[in-house]
Write a protein that binds this ligand. Structure first.
Ligand code: SF4
Length: 445
C-alpha cells in the first residue's frame, strides 16, 4: 500500500455506478486515510480528485466522462493537482483514455484499488500514466473501508468478477473471472458492520448464486446465508443478484427459514423468449424460468420478487416482446427494472444483425413499464392495513423516509413514515395507511 504521505494532501472521491463499485470507492478512501491522506467532500479543497467510474452501458460511460470534465475544472477553480480516473472505465479503455482525456493525470482500473495511495503519490509528484493491473483485486475484512452511506444499512461484496458470458455484457472483461471471498472474511466484516450500527446487510456480487464454486468447489451460498444471519444484532439480511439457473432450493429454503433474512429475491431475468435468451447467451429457457418463479413462491410463499429485463435486444420481434409482456402480466413481480438494449463495443451482441431502432426500444420499455406500474400499485395496495417493520433511512424537517423488508435501497420504492420524531437507523413497527404506484405511507404504531 506504499509509504505514508509526508504532507496531508486532501482527497475527494466521486463514486459512480453500482453498489459494488461504491465498495471499491469506500476501500480506496479507507486506504488513503490510513496512508495519511485527508479526505474532503468539497472538490474545491481537494488536492487529489478520484472519479471511480462506471461503463456498464453507454449512458454510464457518458456520465463518467461528464464527471471527469466537471472535476477537471477544479484544477483552475480549486487546489486540484491530480485528477485520477479509476474503476470500470479505466479497466475497459486503459491508456487510450490518456490521449482522449488530457485533463486526467492517471488512469487506473478495478485491479488497482489496493495501490491507490501509492498511485496518488506518484501523480502528486508530477507523473502522468495509465496503469491498469489485472482485475484480480478482492477486498477483505482486514482492509480499511470507509462507509459512504449511513451505517444502519451496508452492502457486503461476497465475490468479484463473473464467469458468465452474456452476449451484451462487458463486466467479465472489466472485473475478471469469479473470485469468492472466504466465508470467515464475510462473516467477520458483517460482525464489524453490525457492531458499527448496521441493522441491514445486503449481500452483493455480479452473481451471488455462484458463491463458493471457485474456492470450495461447490456452491456455499446457503452456508454463507446461515452464518451471516447468525451474526448477533443483525435485523435484516438481504440477498441481491441471483442468477436464474444457479438459484438452488437449499438457498431458497434458508431464506424461507431464517427469520432475519428478508423474504426478498432479486433475480435479473433479462428476457423470457427462448430465441432472445439464446441470443443473449443466457442459461435457462422460458419454460425453466416459469417453473423457477413458481418454485420460489412455493418455497417462500410471501416472497417479494424483483427482476429486470432488457428490451430491444437485436432480433427481438414483436412476438418476443409480446411474450415478455404476457409473462410479466401473469407472474406479477413486485418490482421490475426495464432497460433498453445498449450496443456495447467489444460484445458479441453489438455485432449481431437486426439491431432495433432506439425509438422502438424506448416504446417497448414504456409499454412494459406501464404493465408493471399497474401491478406494482395493486401489490402496494395489498399492503394497506398491515403492521410491519420499517427501517428509517432519511429524516428531514418535513418527512421521514424508510423502507419495509419488501423494499431494497436505491432500486425499489420507499415508505413515508408519519408519527413521533424518528432518527435515521430506527427500526419501527408501523401500520401501512396508503399506497401509490411505487411507494407506501405508514404511521408508527
Ligand atoms: S451475469 Fe451476465 S450480465 Fe451479469 S455480470 Fe455476468 S456476464 Fe454480465
Amino acid at each position: 500500500m506504499g509509504a505514508q504521505v509526508t504532507q496531508p494532501f486532501k482527497v475527494g472521491m466521486v463514486s459512480l455506478g453500482c453498489a459494488k463499485n461504491r465498495i471499491d470507492s469506500e476501500v480506496m478512501l479507507g486506504i488513503l486515510r490510513q496512508q495519511g491522506f485527508d479526505l474532503t467532500a468539497d472538490p474545491l479543497e481537494a488536492d487529489v480528485i478520484i472519479v471511480n467510474s462506471c461503463t456498464f452501458i453507454e449512458s454510464a460511460t457518458s456520465e463518467s466522462i461528464d464527471a471527469v470534465l466537471e472535476m477537471a475544472q477544479y484544477k483552475e477553480r480549486g487546489r486540484c493537482k491530480a485528477l485520477i480516473l479509476a474503476g470500470c472505465m479505466g479497466s475497459r479503455y486503459k491508456e487510450q483514455l490518456l490521449a482522449e482525456l488530457p485533463e486526467v493525470d492517471a488512469i487506473i482500473g478495478t485491479g488497482d484499488v489496493g495501490n491507490v495511495a501509492a498511485i496518488a503519490q506518484r501523480v502528486l509528484s508530477g507523473e502522468r500514466f495509465a496503469t491498469t493491473a489485472e482485475p484480480l483485486f478482492l477486498y477483505d475484512e482486514q482492509m480499511p473501508r470507509l462507509l459512504t452511506t449511513s451505517p444502519h444499512s451496508a452492502y457486503v461484496k461476497i465475490a468479484e468478477g463473473c464467469n458468465h458470458r452474456c452476449a451484451f455484457c462487458v463486466i467479465p472483461s472489466i472485473r475478471g473471472s469469479y473470485r469468492s471471498r472466504p466465508l470467515n472474511s464475510i462473516v467477520a466484516e458483517t460482525r464489524r458492520l453490525v457492531r458499527n450500527g448496521a441493522k441491514e446487510i445486503i449481500l452483493i456480487a455480479q452473481d451471488t448464486t455462484w458463491y463458493g464454486r471457485d474456492i470450495y468447489g461447490e456452491s456455499r451460498l446457503a452456508d454463507l446465508l446461515r452464518r451471516v444471519a447468525a451474526v448477533e444484532g443483525l435485523h435484516w439480511l438481504r440477498l441481491l443478484y441471483a442468477y436464474p439457473t444457479h438459484l438452488s432450493d437449499d438457498v431458497l429454503q434458508v431464506v424461507a427459514e431464517q427469520p432475519n433474512i428478508c423474504k426478498y429475491v432479486e433475480l435479473p431475468l433479462q428476457h423470457v423468449s427462448d430465441t432472445v435468451l439464446r441470443a443473449m447467451y443466457r442459461q435457462g429457457d422460458g419454460a425453466y424460468i416459469n417453473r423457477l418463479i413458481d418454485r420460489i413462491r412455493q418455497i417462500i410463499p410471501d416472497v417479494t420478487l424483483r427482476t429486470s429485463f432488457i428490451v430491444g435486444y437485436p432480433g427481438e420481434t414483436e412476438a418476443d416482446f409480446a411474450a415478455l409482456c404476457d409473462f410479466v402480466t401473469e407472474k406479477r413481480f413486485d418490482h421490475v427494472g426495464v432497460f433498453t438494449y445498449s450496443a456495447e463495443e467489444g460484445t458479441p451482441a453489438a455485432q449481431m444483425p437486426h439491431q432495433i431502432p432506439q425509438a422502438v426500444k424506448e416504446e417497448r420499455r414504456q409499454r412494459l413499464l406501464a404493465i408493471q406500474q399497474r401491478i406494482s400499485r395493486a401489490k402496494n395496495e395489498g399492503c394497506v392495513g398491515q403492521v410491519t417493520d420499517v427501517l428509517v433511512d432519511r429524516v428531514t424537517d418535513s418527512v421521514c423516509i424508510g423502507r419495509t423488508r419488501r423494499q431494497a435501497p436505491e432500486i425499489d420504492g420507499i415508505t413515508y413514515v408519519k408519527g413521533r420524531r424518528l432518527q435515521v437507523g430506527d427500526m419501527v413497527r408501523a401500520r401501512i395507511l396508503s399506497a401509490s404506484d411505487y411507494d407506501l405511507t405508514a404511521v408508527v404504531e
